[in-house]
Design a protein around this ligand. Structure first.
Ligand code: 8OZ
Length: 370
């Protein structure tokens, strides 16, 4: 049987030549939140992927949570991204951007006027963020957040909508992926550990899912569902999120998403970048997917987290449509060609994951160069 990783697939408006996706990867190489020419080179090097998903990109200044991560809310940021998308398209690739609001995973030093970060409830995340001061990076505890007022919610939805519009027009992306995962704002609203509101946006599952669904509907209305994806992480402990009943929560979310005709759903299985099975957080991903399909949802199903090439082929045989690779893509710009040739992979250097320049970023050799 020929390997299905290399079979093409139509995903919404996009024709992907293969099923291999570059996962979103935070790299902290965008000073002042502006994408650089080096970033254009990095993404263009990886253009043979079926799809490139950019690193998480802030939709607003309030949505910023780390030093030197890019944004989509200023003219220079959008122009910087246009250089990236032009470079990727010149190499024949497809690229979507990941729309990000960090919520409480931020620090007053990164917020407009040094204000407190915003969250569903005034509960601090027991986690760290990354700051750069005088050229030196360090991990520091996140700041105490304040609860968003009900009147502020339309503004958050507006910021997502606005960023999506500019992503596909000004910045030239093929689409967007909404970051609903890893304990950032939308995930904070979804889950009971971070959301203790008593208004329309907290309490019941429909209430906790409200912000995510409002954001998705607004973006679909703005740019069309066929170029919109969504990333979710039902049980990740990343950034200190927990939920009392994730199975019921995510099956509800799936049913609500089905009519939106999204391009793809992107699922992080287990703990982001870590264990795929968590004994204290069991989850049935197949049941989640079936809830979506039974409700009429047709989006491509993308899986992620620690997949080897062998596991990826198995996942495709068992009904996944796409597989996203993270660390492997850091170290292997020609991952598609290497997997096709069953060639060995370069090993990623963890010391250069976050921050820095070309080293550990654009200098990993292709097979031809090695
Ligand atoms: C690593 C470091 C900082 C942010 C995520 C956007 O986990 C991130 C992230 C990852 O989704």
């Amino acid at each position: 049987m020929t390997s299905s990783l290399f079979s093409p697939l139509r995903v919404g408006r996009m024709e992907l030549p293969n099923r291999i996706v570059m996962a979103p990867l935070t790299r902290n190489r965008a000073p002042d939140a502006i994408p650089t020419p080096l970033m254009a080179e990095y993404y263009a090097q990886r253009a043979s992927a079926g799809l490139l998903i950019t690193e998480a990109t802030a939709i607003s200044h309030q949505g910023q949570g780390y030093a030197d991560v890019p944004g989509l809310y200023g003219t220079e940021q959008l122009d910087g991204w246009r250089r990236v998308t032009d470079a990727v398209h010149a190499r024949g690739g497809r690229i979507v951007t990941q729309l990000w609001h960090v919520g409480r995973v931020s620090h007053v030093d990164l917020q407009p006027d040094g204000q407190r970060p915003v969250a569903p409830s005034a509960i601090a995340a027991r986690t760290k963020t990354y700051l750069i001061k005088d050229g030196k990076g360090s991990f520091v505890p996140t700041s105490e957040p304040r609860a968003l007022a009900a009147e502020e919610m339309p503004g958050i939805v507006h910021d997502f909508r606005h960023a999506a519009r500019h992503a596909v027009t000004t910045a030239g992306f093929d689409g967007v992926e909404v970051h609903g995962a890893n304990g950032y704002l939308l995930d904070q609203f979804l889950k009971t550990g971070a959301n203790q509101r008593s208004d329309y946006y907290g309490g019941s599952i429909p209430n906790r899912a409200r912000l995510l669904l409002e954001v998705m509907r607004a973006i679909v209305d703005e740019i069309g569902g066929d170029r919109v994806g969504l990333r979710l992480s039902p049980v990740t402990p990343a950034n200190d999120v927990t939920d009392e009943n994730p199975q019921a929560l995510f099956e509800y979310v799936m049913k609500q998403l089905a009519p939106l005709h999204l391009a793809y759903i992107h699922i992080i299985e287990g703990s982001t970048g870590g264990l795929r099975e968590l004994p204290d957080r069991p989850f049935d991903y197949e049941a989640m997917k079936q809830a979506y399909r039974r409700a009429g949802g047709h989006a491509a199903w993308m899986v992620n987290n620690g997949y080897t090439p062998e596991m990826a082929e198995q996942a495709l045989e068992h009904g996944a449509d796409l597989v996203a690779f993270g660390k492997a893509y850091i170290a292997n710009p020609d991952l598609v060609e290497r997997l096709r040739a069953k060639a060995p992979l370069n090993t990623p250097d963890t010391a250069t994951f976050y921050g820095g320049g070309a080293r550990g970023y654009t200098d990993y050799p292709t097979l031809g160069q090695a």
